[in-house]
Design a protein around this ligand. Structure first.
Ligand SMILES: [Zn+2]
Length: 249
């Protein structure tokens, strides 16, 4: 995801509030980790099941994929001359970049999922992935590091391209609409599409019900509907602002 600093008050975002542990710097872009993520990694390492080595490999693949996704956002933002405040690995990871014009936001939003698709495409060229990947058997993805890397990147691309805020697909949709219409209308349509996407997640959850993936779909659906409601309110606020401006002018 990308998080934009509001251009009115903070022209150049530095770092979001909270405690962030600096871990790495890639081409001048700082990478920070939240304590919650460190705790989660520790839990996964201490857990039972696969050997410690296998678990380390899987954690590295998952974190590496997330990191490359966020660096994709950051790199494209910077190419467009936007200031990048850093990459923040939280439970919901994000790259903190300066808010740009709608066309800049569109390209920056799409850069993350595009990075995952590029990685997945490169992995799919390998016979071990192309010939053996267990598409529908998600639990088996983790049996082979190459399958895990392919599966995680495909999943990240698909989930992030859903047309619902706060994922990249919702941001891209809003930016694309803002190129063609007033801000208030773009917000309203994004909210409607997000509500529909959230409801669709719910419907899918009912279909796959006894499976454990149903819980993830329910949580995602609820979250999308909640964020869509907030977007709807922002749209109404924006419409009042536009009307007041029209009266003045
Ligand atoms: Zn993203």
């Amino acid at each position: 995801m990308t998080e934009s600093g509001s251009s009115a008050e903070v022209p150049k975002p530095k770092k979001p509030a909270g405690f962030w542990l600096p871990v790495l710097k890639v081409a001048g872009i700082g990478i920070y980790v939240d304590m919650l993520v460190l705790g989660l990694v520790a839990l996964l390492l201490l857990g039972e099941g696969a050997s410690l080595g296998d678990r380390l490999v899987l954690i590295a693949i998952a974190l590496g994929s997330v990191l490359l996704h966020e660096l994709g956002h950051a790199a494209v933002a910077r190419l467009q001359g936007l200031h990048v405040g850093g990459v923040f690995l939280h439970i919901v990871p994000f790259a903190y970049v300066e808010r740009g014009k709608p066309e800049d936001e569109l390209r920056t939003a799409l850069a993350g999922p595009a990075t995952n698709l590029l990685i997945a495409g490169a992995l799919y060229a390998l016979p071990a992935v192309r010939d053996g990947f267990p598409w529908l058997d998600v639990e088996r993805w983790l049996q082979d590091p190459l399958w895990a890397a392919f599966g995680i990147n495909m999943l990240m691309a698909v989930v992030n391209l859903l047309p619902a805020l706060p994922v990249d697909g919702g941001r891209a949709l809003r930016a694309a609409l803002m190129l063609r219409m007033r801000r208030a209308k773009a917000y309203a349509i994004t909210a409607r599409v997000g509500t529909f996407t959230g409801a669709a997640c719910f419907f899918i959850a009912v279909l796959v019900w006894p499976s454990t993936d149903a819980y993830a779909a329910i949580a995602a659906g609820l979250f999308f509907i909640m964020v869509a409601w907030r977007e709807h309110q922002s749209g109404q606020l924006e419409r009042r602002r536009e009307r007041a401006k029209a009266k003045q002018g």
